[in-house]
Design a binder for this molecule. Structure first.
Ligand code: G3H
Ligand code: 13P
Ligand code: ZN
Length: 330
């Protein structure tokens, strides 16, 4: 058993309290390799933003749990070397079993998500409560989920979304004791969040997706005032990155994300954590493809992973400063 406290990590409790009071959201960026981790730490150190480093179960399989934990410990030390003391949370993203959450807690994670949203309500309650009971013994914070997001990921899939039912949230909180709640109000995982036929076109001919269901969010806020809400599937799918990928041989079709003004609005409400993974994948892929296409004789991985890391850092800084509002909040 390794306590996250020995690694210099923090749980999410204080960060969410401050985010709620200050009307901003903490960035939760997924990582599974060194360049992503470096980009996250550099971006947060340069903007003085707290951060949640997220590891999905797929990432854990890919990169090895022990290595990831040491990387997170390394992130804490690296941030200090860069001259800041940014609070860093190591969080399990979409944990699906009690055993996985327990194992992450034992390996030094400071926060876990138990995603019981695909189960029937009572099973979700039972599973989530069991994880909370275990996690709280070690002062590890727990995120639960109510409602189902649409979209497909390696390990996370749902054909259609079901919006969170505001009538269920109070009961869920009191029966489980979770520290934060992920909700479904129209976001979804991946780079194809909407079909073009679901969108309208603005004056410039750009596709505009249907707005998030802020009415549901407001109803939830009324029922559980001051409680930290989490938004998954919050990538904006920057069209310049999509265009670059396709220019250099990619074939991304109908890639549409959540407009950033919608996320800014969410960040100033009870939404205290915003999850972004796909945008980082797009930024890295665009940069790597550009090097491959324009420098065909290059074969040193640092020559394409380096630009990918730089592009990722700029993307994260943009999210922190312009979208989430978490800069200078440490
Ligand atoms: O919500 C899921 C994250 O984007 C992680 O995706 O399971 O492919 O690592 P992954
Ligand atoms: P995106 O696919 O929109 O980046 O969402 C990531 C996420 O929710 C991770 O849990
Ligand atoms: Zn998610």
């Amino acid at each position: 058993m390794v306590s996250y406290k020995e690694l210099g990590l923090v749980n999410s409790r204080e960060l969410f309290k401050k985010a709620m009071a200050g009307k901003y959201a903490i960035p939760a960026f997924n990582f599974n390799n060194m360049e992503q981790m470096q980009a996250i730490v550099q971006a947060c150190a340069e903007t003085n933003s707290p951060v949640i480093l997220q590891v999905s179960s797929g990432a854990r399989k890919y990169a090895n749990q022990t290595l990831l934990r040491y990387m997170a410990q390394g992130a804490v030390e690296y941030a200090k070397e860069l001259g800041t003391n940014v609070p860093i949370v190591l969080h399990l993203d979409h944990g699906d079993t009690f055993e996985l959450c327990k194992s992450c807690i034992e390996y030094g994670f400071s926060s876990v998500m138990i995603d019981g949203s695909h189960h029937a309500y009572n099973e979700n309650v039972e599973l989530t409560a069991k994880v909370v009971e275990y996690a709280h013994k070690y002062d590890v914070t727990v995120e639960g989920e109510l409602g189902v997001l649409a979209g497909v990921e390696d390990e996370v899939s749902a054909e259609h979304h079901t919006y969170t039912q505001p009538e269920e949230v109070q009961d869920f909180l009191s029966k489980t004791g979770v520290d934060s709640l992920a909700i479904s109000i129209g976001t979804s995982h991946g780079a194809n969040k909407f079909k073009p036929e679901q969108c309208t076109r603005n004056a410039d001919g750009v596709l505009v997706p249907p707005p998030l269901r802020f009415d549901i969010l407001e109803e939830i806020e009324k029922r559980i005032p001051g409680f930290p809400i989490v938004l998954h599937g919050a990538s904006s799918v920057p069209q310049d990155k999509v265009a670059l990928i396709n220019k250099y041989g990619g074939a991304l079709k109908d890639a549409i994300g959540i407009p950033e003004d919608q996320l800014r609005r969410a960040a100033s409400s009870a939404v205290c954590k915003i999850n972004i993974d796909s945008d980082g994948r797009l930024a890295m892929t665009a940069a790597v493809r550009e090097v491959f296409a324009t420098k065909p004789t290059e074969f040193d991985p640092r020559k394409y992973l380096g630009p990918a890391r730089d592009s990722l850092k700029e993307l994260y800084k943009h999210k922190i400063v312009e979208v989430l509002g978490s800069a200078n909040r440490i």
